[in-house]
Design a protein around this ligand. Structure first.
Ligand SMILES: Cc1ncc(C[n+]2csc(CCOP(=O)(O)OP(=O)(O)O)c2C)c(N)n1
Ligand code: SF4
Length: 288
């Protein structure tokens, strides 16, 4: 192989685990690339990165990366990552999750992680469907879209995940699509640098299930559609709900400093050492 043509991010991969399981044209590869780019832009110490994921195609990403990682149970990466962060707040926790993993079975953990504003970076690959298990609709499938559990089109209203997480209390929230790799890398950079709960939603393509079931012929067509349907948050602010129908609003939705959860725990422990008073954490457990 011509080494000069090797992707510059190959050094972060466990090459012995390649080829990966992703279908041709899946958005997961683009998100991996943008993540490595954002990580380099943020000048993060790769040695301190711990990747955590749930279950799904998107959740397989950490398995290919040469760092400490934990592939957990469906919907639970935020809970596992919370434990790792509190055990050693120096760790840089990055969670890879899908719309099914984060918003269906893991929805409760997502909103409570955001509410605590614990310093975790969540990268949610939202392909509007359950890819790994055969194309069932998810909480983000657009109304009317087809899936194996919605042969007549989904009747449910989807979640606007970025809005949900912002309302729950996250200190950094942004949404882009796989058609916006530069903007996405920049948001991943900011998310990694933010001392708090950061949520980066990536609207992505699953050509195998979402594409086929919704008559989109190729991954290129899906990427083009995302590009065409996207509208910047600033522009969207001047449009009515009717005008926004079918649009993907992209941009940064939240970026504000607020107290972080593991800092609060550390402060509590320091106070306990200096004053000798039992901490709230200890006394809460005493009643067991
Ligand atoms: C407790 C539990 N329930 C259900 C499943 C089956 N399951 C595995 S992956 C998945 C959906 C994954 O969808 P998503 O998170 O959107 O990821 P994608 O595959 O689309 O990237 C489901 C329902 C499971 N593994 N464990
Ligand atoms: S099933 Fe969909 S999400 Fe899973 S690897 Fe294939 S294209 Fe990607």
């Amino acid at each position: 192989m011509d080494k000069t043509r090797e992707n510059r991010f190959m050094k972060y991969l466990r090459k012995e685990r390649l080829p990966n399981i992703f279908c041709a044209g899946c958005g997961n590869g683009i998100v991996m690339n943008t993540f490595f780019n954002g990580m380099e832009m943020a000048e993060i110490d790769f040695e301190k990165v711990i990747m955590v994921s749930g279950i799904g195609c998107s959740s397989r990403i950490p398995g290919y990366v040469k760092c400490d990682s934990l592939h957990t149970t469906h919907g639970r990466p935020i809970s596992f990552a919370t434990g790792i962060k509190l055990a050693n707040p120096q760790n840089q926790l990055v969670i890879f999750t899908g719309d099914g993993d984060a918003a269906a079975i893991g929805g409760n953990h997502l909103i409570h992680g955001a509410r605590r504003n614990i310093n975790l970076t969540v990268i949610c690959i939202n392909n509007s469907i359950y890819g790994m298990t055969g194309g069932q609709i998810s909480p983000t499938s657009p109304q009317g879209s087809y899936g194996s559990t919605a042969p007549f089109g989904s009747l449910e209203m989807p979640f606007d995940l970025s809005r949900l997480v912002k309302a729950a209390g996250a200190s950094y929230v942004a949404r882009w699509t796989t058609a916006h790799p530069l903007q996405l890398s920049n948001s991943i950079k900011k998310a990694l640098q933010n001392n708090g709960f950061s949520f980066v939603e990536v609207i992505s393509q699953c050509p195998t299930y979402y594409g086929r079931k919704n008559r989109m012929k190729s991954p290129i067509e899906m990427i083009q559609r995302m590009k065409d349907e996207s509208i910047l948050k600033k522009k969207a602010e001047n449009l009515s709900l009717e005008e926004l129908e079918g649009k993907i609003v992209v941009g940064e939705f939240q970026n504000k400093e607020q107290p972080e959860f593991s800092d609060k725990i550390c402060k509590l422990q320091e106070d306990q050492c200096t004053t000798g008073k039992p901490s709230v954490v200890r006394s809460a457990y005493k009643g067991d």
